[in-house]
Design a protein around this ligand. Structure first.
Ligand SMILES: [Mg+2]
Length: 433
């Protein structure tokens, strides 16, 4: 297996900058729903010490003192730009897993030629066509591709941290074993994909510090002392692929469930079923991490490799009335989104659902019960998860007929939201000559 991970740098901030170049090289922060806390930071904002998740009132002073620009999250814009990036990235290989709003894995199996040159060309295209800077890492397993991506991005952002020729695109397959080991030795183990803070602390307590230390663990010991998950990570770092495409631990900021279809799908009914299934899986992951989602992104697309087909690719972001982990509500939103973007007459090859604007369930404010779609079904959802865990996935499903029009985002406070440049006629960017 050879796989690439494509990841946009500081995605939300970069998306804002691509339409407002005056923001480049300035400290920029994107705030969560209701302008509560930082969900994205430009490199300059990071340098000022703004932390991920930090409440706005704590660093509001930097607006005056350091020229910091704070913006409301514009998920409509991010969703659309994400779709464009993913369409370009898909051209790198035959199989793509959209892992999060700004990251995807692409399998390079069976692709001839110089992979590094190919990856550089795709990176250039994303920069030129969408205006977003990305990093690409290539390795023999997904965990190694993630690691290579970390090297590519860090070498670019902090010159001297890694060899300069690995900046932006790092292909571990170009290097010999000793060179890869040196990179691993220079990297803290917390950077390893799938190693959370809890396991990270335990590994540290055991005297491990770098990625290389983890790679050099005995897999059997890793399983005995920790878990099969850590064992799998060790093997992946050693170059043995254990995590297939489309089979990944949940990312921090978004949860995606996407799939390539075995054969082209044409009917809206089949897409509705597929997306309901994806929405259900994504919600299950969300509940497992105790979260709620504020928005749902839905996308459908044809295959760029079926040159004989007419091509079509669209995505839409549907805001939820309030943050939820309820499969039924998320399915409704996903289906409403699908109906808005579906066009007849195309061979759809891929579709997906992404949950955005995640927040812990405990943060949620108690609100007035408006008596519409909001009755609390937490217990029902928990029962559904238990049944599916015990009797197998798909034992209990929502019927997913879908209902009504797109939910409105009327109660969201987004005072600093930039225009939805790419999806709304009346908000389009205007060029003056
Ligand atoms: Mg990123």
């Amino acid at each position: 297996m050879l796989v690439a991970l494509i990841d946009v740098n500081n995605f939300y901030c970069s998306a804002e900058m691509s339409f407002r170049p005056s923001l480049k090289n300035r400290p920029v922060v994107v705030l969560s729903n209701n302008d509560g806390c930082a969900v994205a930071r430009s490199n300059e904002a990071k340098a000022l010490g703004v932390k991920m998740g930090q409440p706005w009132h704590e660093f509001r002073n930097l607006e005056e003192e350091a020229g910091l620009v704070a913006l409301s999250a514009n998920f409509t814009l991010y969703g659309d730009l994400s779709d464009r990036v993913m369409s370009i990235a898909a051209g790198l290989g035959h199989e793509q897993e959209v892992y999060s709003i700004d990251e995807c894995f692409v399998s390079l199996e069976g692709i001839p030629g110089d992979m590094t040159a190919r990856a550089r060309a795709v990176r250039e295209r994303i920069l030129q066509w969408v205006g977003l800077p990305a990093g690409i890492g290539i390795g023999r397993t997904k965990t190694l591709a993630k690691f290579a991506n970390h090297v590519a991005k860090t070498a670019d952002r902090k010159p001297g941290s890694y060899p300069g020729e690995l900046a932006r695109v790092a292909n571990l397959a170009d290097l010999d074993g000793a060179e890869v080991d040196r990179l691993m030795e220079a990297t803290e183990l917390e950077e390893i994909w799938g190693i959370g803070p809890r396991i990270g602390a335990q590994l540290r307590a055991d005297g491990l510090a770098t990625v290389l230390d983890v790679k050099q663990m005995d897999p059997a010991t890793a399983r005995r002392r920790w878990s099969v998950v850590v064992e799998r990570t060790v093997r992946e770092l050693q170059g043995m692929s254990c995590i297939d495409l489309e089979d990944a631990p949940a990312p921090k900021k978004e949860i995606a469930c996407t799939r390539s279809f075995g054969r082209p799908v044409r009917s809206v009914t089949q897409l509705e079923e597929a997306l309901s299934d994806f929405a259900g899986r994504a919600c299950e992951k969300l509940r497992r991490q105790g979260g709620r989602a504020g928005q749902v992104l839905v996308f459908i697309r044809t295959s760029p490799f079926r040159k004989q087909d007419k091509q079509y690719s669209r995505s839409v972001v549907v805001p939820l009335r309030r943050p939820t982990a309820d499969t039924g509500l998320v399915c409704q939103a996903a289906i409403a989104g699908l109906r808005a973007i579906y066009r007849e007459g195309f061979n759809y090859a891929k579709a997906g659902v992404m949950l955005l604007e995640l927040q812990p369930a405990v943060v949620q404010q108690e609100e007035l019960d408006l008596g519409d779609d909001t009755s609390d079904r937490t217990d029902l959802m928990a029962a559904m998860d238990r049944l599916n865990l015990r009797y197998g996935r798909g034992t209990v499903l929502v019927a997913s007929s879908g209902s009504g029009a797109l939910p409105r985002d009327w109660h969201m406070k987004q005072e600093r939201r930039t225009p939805r440049y790419t999806t709304h006629w009346d908000e389009m960017a205007v060029a003056r000559a």
